[in-house]
Design a protein around this ligand. Structure first.
Ligand SMILES: [Zn+2]
Length: 172
């Protein structure tokens, strides 16, 4: 038996009203891929009881809301210690204490992302450091083989040697 030819049409997402292309024309509704990111594709529903669809949509809205709340509640580090901090919603705080009368009177504080301050060493700097470490390593190894060191000191020395070897390895 030949399967029926499916006809496609476009339909608005029940949740966000985006036009979704290629929806089976028997569909009674569709939820777009943006609204169902877990599935990474749009979801077509057919002849589902409205209460089930409503519940699915409510779940999506709840997730959206939770995401939005999280975003809105995110305050920068140390905001409570700032002399003045204006939140995205216009709430004004002086040293963490809200000033209700000032709400909406100031521009929200710009949150600057901390830039990484660590600068990578230049090749020359690294080579210089390697040379210094190698010289130290040489002395330590010499000490280890030529002197009658007590066991405890030998162990200490070996530990230091392996630390320096690791450092050299990292610099290479
Ligand atoms: Zn949608």
């Amino acid at each position: 038996m030949r399967s029926r030819n499916i006809n496609y049409r476009s339909m608005e997402c029940t949740h966000c009203n985006t036009n979704v292309e290629g929806v089976d024309d028997r569909a009674t509704g569709v939820i777009c891929s943006e609204c169902s990111p877990d599935l990474k594709r749009h979801v077509v529903y057919m002849n589902l009881p409205p209460d089930i669809i409503e519940k699915a949509l409510a779940d999506i809205r709840k997730k959206d809301q939770a995401k939005e709340d999280k975003r809105l509640n995110a305050k920068p580090r140390g905001w409570a210690f700032m002399n003045e901090f204006v939140d995205h919603d216009g709430r004004v705080y002086f040293k963490g204490k809200e000033q209700p009368t000032l709400k909406g009177t100031m521009e929200p504080s710009k949150i600057e992302k901390k830039k990484p301050t660590k600068k990578r060493k230049t090749k020359k700097e690294r080579q210089k450091e390697i040379q210094k470490l190698a010289a130290e390593l040489f002395d330590m190894k010499k000490k280890l083989t030529t002197k009658n060191l007590p066991n405890k000191d030998q162990k200490e020395l070996q530990k230091e040697i392996s630390v320096k070897q690791k450092l050299i390895h990292k610099l290479k």
